[in-house]
Design a binder for this molecule. Structure first.
Ligand SMILES: [Zn+2]
Length: 362
């Protein structure tokens, strides 16, 4: 076995009702609460306040796929009100947690993080600590040290990636996900499945990440069909949260791979939810990966049974959930699809992928 290394410093609390213990994690520090404007968030905001006292401020204007323009607005408000938190509490999905990382890296100052993203100029100060309470089961941002930020004016995706952006602590309370509609449950669940699989067909995979990924995929494959039938299935919500956590622990050490690089232009130009954009082509990406590495093949077989039939099994699973199957269904023409896939292979995440383009079934 070749040498390997695994690291994840996040303090994890998991379980129904765990959000009520957030006060013991905040420990009387002055905190900024970053969240979504959606009504279902309100009771959880109240829970945080009840457990930890009032925040310095609530930033509740975080939009999906956080953009530089939105973050500049938020930082302007913090600056104007002279708000200087000791810790940032992120209550929301991946967009909220990614936005919290941007605010943590710059202590609420926009320009230094902007300069870092645009020109790589160093940020010298240590990031503010983050306590994350994910409200969806899927994005995994609570377990990674990076954030996806969109520069909509320049039509590109930026990656904020710093070793001190791991959350100090996270609370995964599956009860919070109970109120999610099917569309969000599906998109975030398929994002988690993508994280698990992308960490397997990955040059950075190791025995620990593979174990996390196999456990994650098995849980997600069981939980999503149950939630499709009954969104209030508490056991399935818990299983889905567990799957997303294991997927996060897997890809926090490998990063993602080809399917994610395929997804970015699709999210940008077709406004497709991230979890759908990175999962619809998983069977084709899997077909390209099979036969390249014995470790990868074994992991895929451990999840899907028969290795050769695994791409078909996965396609049938995605179909049963009503997820799109072909690029045409999203509105992507044949030529454009080839261009997207070709570019994805050469992109940063694409280079994590173990397969080669000559095997990709267009
Ligand atoms: Zn993802």
């Amino acid at each position: 076995m070749s040498a390997w290394h695994y690291f994840n410093p996040v303090n994890i609390s998991f379980g129904a009702g765990e959000i009520s213990k957030i006060g013991t994690l905040i420990k009387n520090r002055r905190y900024l609460l970053v969240t979504h404007p959606d009504a279902p968030m309100l009771p959880w905001i109240e829970q945080v306040k009840a457990a930890a006292g009032a925040p310095l401020a609530v930033i509740n204007e975080i939009e999906p796929n956080p953009s530089l323009a939105m973050l500049e607005r938020v930082c302007g408000k913090l600056d104007q009100a002279n708000i200087v938190p000791e810790v940032i509490v992120a209550l929301g999905g991946g967009s909220v947690i990614d936005s919290a990382k941007f605010l943590a890296a710059g202590h609420g100052q926009y320009q230094i993080v902007y300069d870092y993203l645009q020109s790589g100029s160093e940020i010298t100060q240590t990031s503010l600590p983050i306590i994350a309470v994910p409200t969806t089961s899927g994005t995994g941002s609570d377990l990674t040290k990076w954030a996806t930020i969109w520069d909509l004016e320049a039509d590109r995706k930026l990656s904020l990636n710093r070793p001190d952006l791991y959350a100090e602590a996270i609370i995964i309370d599956p009860v919070i996900t109970q109120s999610l509609p099917w569309s969000v449950t599906l998109a975030s669940g398929l994002d988690a499945l993508s994280h698990a699989l992308e960490s397997i067909w990955n040059i950075n995979a190791n025995p620990v990440t593979r174990n996390f990924a196999i456990a994650a995929a098995r849980d997600i494959l069981k939980a999503l069909p149950r939630l499709q039938l009954d969104l209030n299935d508490t056991e399935a919500r818990s299983q889905m949260a567990m799957g997303a956590t294991n997927a996060g622990l897997a890809f926090s050490n490998t990063q993602t791979a080809l399917a994610h690089n395929i997804s970015y232009p699709i999210t940008l130009h077709y406004k497709l939810a991230h979890g759908i954009a990175c999962s619809f082509c998983l069977p084709e990406v899997m077909r390209t990966a099979i036969g390249v590495s014995a470790d990868c093949d074994q992991a895929i077989a451990a999840i899907f049974g028969d290795l050769q039939k695994a791409p078909q099994t996965l396609r049938a699973f995605l179909n049963s959930l009503g997820a799109p199957a072909r690029p045409e269904e999203i509105g992507i023409g044949k030529r454009e699809w080839q261009n997207i896939v070709q570019a994805a292979f050469t992109g940063q995440r694409g280079q994590n992928f173990i397969g080669t383009i000559d095997k990709f079934p267009f």
